[in-house]
Ligand binder design. Structure first.
Ligand code: PLP
Length: 467
């Protein structure tokens, strides 16, 4: 499979064609765009029916093989999937739970750090190790986190050959559970940095590092956020898994997706493009509703971020939305590069008619405020005996607004115990931490504190990157 960039002019830094291995290691394209496969692989209804009943790891290998192409043999891909998903606490990996006649929850939080990001990152850690080992190269991952991404990425690469990870978190501004999930991982290739300042300060430093040629000339920097195509690809699998259980390919299924950076719901779009019969994709946002405004009236303009009880959806810009605009807008890289330059200059843009119509064919959106979120939590608890986390509750609120003929699957993106205080406030029940993280508060922590000073952070990274 060959890849291209949404901005039309990316080249492989190594000179060869842009294949899966190259885009996985690169993360962001060097023209500032995001990678997509040149075409969508197609699965016929017969082929989809043939996937029913497969164990998750095998389904994953079958769905992802066309995207991986020659970068891995089918046997090796299956081995890596088996290794990645063996670490999940549920045999089904992503079990489906029925709430009522029409609503289902797809539980994506059975991985080591209790958030859906484990599903993709556990595989990505293994892919990095495989590709770097083959090339005899090293990769230095730098990232900033306000909580969930950092712990999932650290768990995924801890102890892996060829990879060092430096994760910046704003000192004193992540929850104790979130900090301990990062700082109690003591593998020598894991470097946690508590930095003075806000998450935005830390994020700005990381962006500056990728543009700092003095640094990138010394260390090969890698990214683990959802701009990495391999993460989206791994998320396509659970849309197939859920739809197959609910009767695909004979029956259409709708999905409601708590959305921030548009990675998870874009994976649903990819599944539909591959032939999975998807009735609707419901983009659920909190009050940070740029995507709801873009999909309902074409207005993609940023505002201030309002902190909410669903912090992983508190965003101003949704990076992966660019992938949809590219695919719906006729895949014209030059035109999209122009449109994005305008957006970067003014922090606002209108979707074109083609983009709006293309998106409207599959996407619906809804927004939930704090009360609606709490009501959805209470509904799940009182009527179905399920505790759901604040992100999932927003998805559930959006799902229950729809009037569709198809079953509606809400993606449960975090374990309720990760947000115990909010859940307890809404429902009166305090969900216990599952046994796999039960001794989190007894474990030793290790992290370095640094001032909010770019040079100090870069010096630290260069000294500890092992190159
Ligand atoms: C990251 C995250 C989201 C948002 O997912 P995107 O792919 O960024 O849209 C939603 N819920 C939880 C719990 C998350 O960690």
């Amino acid at each position: 499979m060959e890849y291209l960039s949404t901005r039309g002019s990316a080249q492989n830094p190594d000179g060869g064609p842009l294949d899966f291995e190259g885009v996985t290691l690169a993360g962001l394209a060097n023209d500032g765009g995001l990678y997509l496969p040149r075409e969508w692989p197609q699965f016929s209804p017969g082929e989809i029916a043939g996937l029913a009943g497969l164990p998750y790891a095998e389904l994953a290998a079958r769905v992802m093989q066309p995207f991986v192409g020659d970068s891995l043999t089918p046997e090796r891909l299956r081995e890596l999937c088996e290794e990645a998903y063996a670490r999940f606490a549920h045999k089904a990996v992503t079990p489906l739970v029925q709430l009522d006649q029409r609503n289902w929850l797809l539980e994506l939080f059975h991985g080591p750090t209790l958030a859906f990001k484990d599903v993709a990152l556990q595989l990505l850690g293994l892919l990095f190790e495989e590709f770097l080992g083959r090339r005899g190269e090293r990769l230095t991952i730098v990232g900033a986190t306000s909580g969930d991404t950092g712990s999932a990425a650290i768990d995924a690469v801890a102890g892996r050959e060829g990879v060092e990870i430096f994760m910046l978190h704003p000192k004193g501004r992540v929850s104790d559970v979130q900090r301990r999930q990062m700082t109690t991982v003591l593998a020598p290739n894991v470097h946690n940095i508590a930095i003075e300042g806000s998450f935005d300060d830390a994020q700005a430093m990381v962006k500056r590092m990728f543009a700092d040629t003095a640094l990138t000339g010394r260390v090969r920097l890698g990214a683990v956020n959802s701009i990495n195509w391999a993460r989206l690809m791994a998320q396509v699998v659970y849309y197939f898994a859920a739809a197959l259980q609910l009767g695909a390919p004979q029956r259409k299924v709708a999905f409601s997706v708590p959305t921030g950076n548009f990675g998870d719901v874009f994976a649903g779009y990819v599944a539909a493009k591959m032939g999975l019969p998807v009735e609707r994709l419901i983009v659920a946002t909190n009050v940070n509703d740029i995507l709801h405004r873009a999909l309902s009236d074409g207005d993609y303009s940023t505002g201030e971020v309002t902190p909410t009880a669903a912090p992983s959806m508190d965003i101003q810009v949704s990076s992966n939305f660019e992938r949809l605009l590219f695919d719906c807008g006729g895949r014209d890289g030059a035109a999209l590069a122009e449109q994005m330059r305008g957006f970067e200059a003014t922090k606002a843009m209108r979707l074109t008619n083609a983009q709006r119509e293309g998106a409207a064919a599959l996407f619906t959106s809804a927004r939930a405020d704090q009360d609606e979120m709490a009501q959805a939590m209470r509904w799940a608890w009182e009527n179905c005996g399920e505790t759901v986390d604040p992100h999932t509750a927003i998805g559930l609120h959006a799902a229950r607004l729809q009037d569709l003929d198809a079953p509606v699957v809400t993606l449960a993106t975090a374990h309720p115990a990760k947000f115990r205080d909010t859940v307890e406030r809404a429902t009166g029940t305090r969900p216990p931490l599952p046994p796999r993280v039960g001794d989190l508060f007894a474990r030793e922590e290790r992290f370095t504190e640094l001032p909010g000073d770019y040079d100090a952070v870069v010096t630290y990274i260069a000294e500890h990157a092992g190159v």
